[in-house]
Design a protein around this ligand. Structure first.
Ligand code: GTP
Ligand code: MG
Length: 351
């Protein structure tokens, strides 16, 4: 806890970005408006393709406190890994889109950061704002809770946030982690969640990791989804760029091999991503830490931990790229990056 306080810098004016940072921001913005991740090339005339009568589509915002399984659920429903997952809370930092296209529907899932109380840094405030901002435009809300534990203050806060929305649009209670719910406490536990949001449209117990009831959830989503067009080409599974996915996959490896405050004080900036003539994809990324003392923690004895992180990240990146990856990782100290707008913008947070 002391560590947490010590790390909390006083709010301060954000300095103007230096030339190097500015160039990176511009590069990042150029990349983010570039191509998004698809399964193959979309046909140029995808938006004029005839759709079956009664085609349904819409935006489904996935909302909940940290660590309840929102990203696991989105990946399972989309059938592709679009969002990283970890047992540590506050894994998702931005809005992540996962697109599911079927012959008669297109569902656009918006995975969001976990809504948490007393966000200590600007980064956390951005995360909470990002999640809340996804609510008004959504056609359907999935309010994901972890039924293996009793409701927490944060669940109550979210239920309050959703009360008005639930009068206008369907809110489905997704009672996740049912595989960890003990039979003897199941009824009382589910009742305690139902009490939170009397206006909910529907509730479904699920296990995102085991895939339990996900077909049923899909069916219920289709019932609530309005008729509408395809918003994205059928081949597109996310609106993230290759740069963003690469940085997230590296962060996922980092979350696996670091503990306590360190993973939260860390960010990844991919500076180079190029497919070389020899067929190898070259990815250069900086691991940002906040303090000099965190650098040796990430690097480890004789560089062992950084090697582990790099190896785990490379395996995931190779799966994603579908070929060999050369990964160049560097650790850099960026003091107070979690409280500085320019740094957060460089990382693409809050956009
Ligand atoms: N037992 C069990 N574990 C689950 C289930 N769904 C997710 N998990 C685990 O819960 C942890 C958190 O999952 P995430 O998908 O990262 O949770 P999240 O809600 O996206 O978390 P934030 O991004 O931090 O808000 C991971 O270790 C998952 O493997 C489930 O149905 N059952
Ligand atoms: Mg998540």
């Amino acid at each position: 806890m002391n560590e947490e306080h010590e790390l909390t810098p006083a709010p301060e004016e954000t300095p103007a970005p230096d030339a190097e940072s500015q160039a990176l921001v511009e590069q990042f913005l150029a990349e983010t408006t570039g191509t998004a991740v698809t399964e193959g090339e979309p046909p140029p005339d995808w938006h004029t393709e005839a759709l079956p009568e009664g085609h349904r589509s819409g935006f489904v915002a996935v909302i909940g406190r940290p660590n309840v399984g929102k990203s696991t659920l989105v990946n399972a429903l989309v059938g592709h890994k679009v969002a990283i997952v970890s047992p540590k809370p506050q894994t998702t930092r931005t809005r992540v889109t996962g697109i599911l296209t079927e012959p008669d529907c297109q569902i656009i899932f918006i995975d969001t950061p976990g809504i948490h109380k007393n966000p200590p840094f600007r980064l956390n405030r951005l995360m909470v704002d990002t999640a809340i901002a996804a609510i008004p435009d959504a056609d359907i809300i999935l309010f994901v809770v972890d039924v293996s534990a009793p409701p927490r203050d944060e669940d109550e806060t979210i239920a309050r946030l959703l009360r008005e929305k639930a009068k206008k649009s369907p809110v489905i209670f997704v009672m996740n982690k049912m595989d960890q719910l003990k039979m003897e406490s199941a009824e009382a536990r589910i009742e305690s969640y139902w009490k939170l949001l009397p206006e909910y449209a529907d509730s479904i117990p699920t296990s995102a990791t085991r895939g339990t009831n996900l077909d049923l959830l899909h069916e219920h989503l289709l019932e609530f989804l309005p008729e509408g067009p395809r918003y994205y080409p059928g081949e597109q599974i996310s609106d993230q760029t290759h740069y963003m996915i690469a940085s997230e996959l590296i962060r996922e490896a980092l979350l696996r091999y670091t503990h306590q405050e360190v993973p939260h004080a860390t960010a990844i900036l991919v500076e180079d991503y190029e497919e070389r003539d020899n067929g190898v994809t070259y990815i250069a990324a900086r691991i940002w830490v906040e303090r000099e003392s965190q650098k040796p923690i990430i690097i480890g004895k004789e560089g062992q931990r950084l090697k582990q992180i790099g190896q785990a990240a490379r395996e995931e990146l190779e799966r994603f790229v579908g070929g060999k990856v050369y990964l160049d990782l560097w650790v850099k100290v960026k003091p107070k990056w979690r409280d500085q707008n320019a740094r957060l913008q460089e990382l693409g947070y809050g956009q």
